[in-house]
Write a protein that binds this ligand. Structure first.
Ligand code: FES
Length: 172
């Protein structure tokens, strides 16, 4: 009978330890699920190239404007399908295809094509057809080139956004 309090104390401690251990086992995955996205790099644009279809579509003597749609975007806790990222101008240059972002490097309006050169309707910047170089207007640089590859006859374009209204080309 003399050791009864010790046994009770031991049982209390053991019960607490077991309960605490079980609590940790249950809580750890939940905490990880809740906190984990905050520790990941936020992805706002896909790093994977986007398939734009057969390369023949872009052959010819005029540039073609295409909307760039990401099949899937993940951003922290959320994800979305078929997200329009922007638009690009694709044209043949010799036996290659080249792509420019259709986002004006001045303040981000959509750049059009007038049959001879690229031009922005917002503040009238103009860009050379051949290489996208700035010709006139307030834009401090030419159109931003985008990475384009032809793989098995299909155009794969990697989208990128750049900081606006500066001469240096810098990813946004
Ligand atoms: S946004 Fe294109 S010239 Fe200003």
């Amino acid at each position: 009978m003399a050791d009864q309090p010790d046994r009770r104390g031991f049982l209390k401690v053991a019960t607490c330890a077991l309960g605490g251990g079980l609590g940790l086992v249950v809580a750890a995955p939940v905490l990880r699920f809740v906190i984990d996205p905050a520790t990941q790099t936020t992805v706002t644009t896909p790093s994977e190239p986007i398939d734009l279809g057969p390369a023949e579509r872009f052959h010819g003597d005029q540039p073609t404007r295409v909307e760039i749609v990401a099949p899937m975007i993940k951003d922290g806790w959320t994800s979305a399908r078929d997200v329009v990222l922007g638009a690009a101008w694709i044209q043949q240059k010799g036996d290659k295809l080249v792509a420019f972002s259709a986002v004006c490097p001045h303040l981000g309006c959509g750049v059009g094509y007038d049959g001879a050169q690229f031009q922005c309707p917002c503040h009238d910047s103009k860009f050379a057809r051949a290489d996208g170089a700035a010709q006139s207007g307030p834009s401090k640089r030419g159109l931003d080139p985008l990475d384009l590859k032809v793989v098995d006859g299909r155009v794969k374009l990697t989208w990128a956004s750049f900081k606006l209204d500066q001469a240096e080309r810098e990813l946004a």
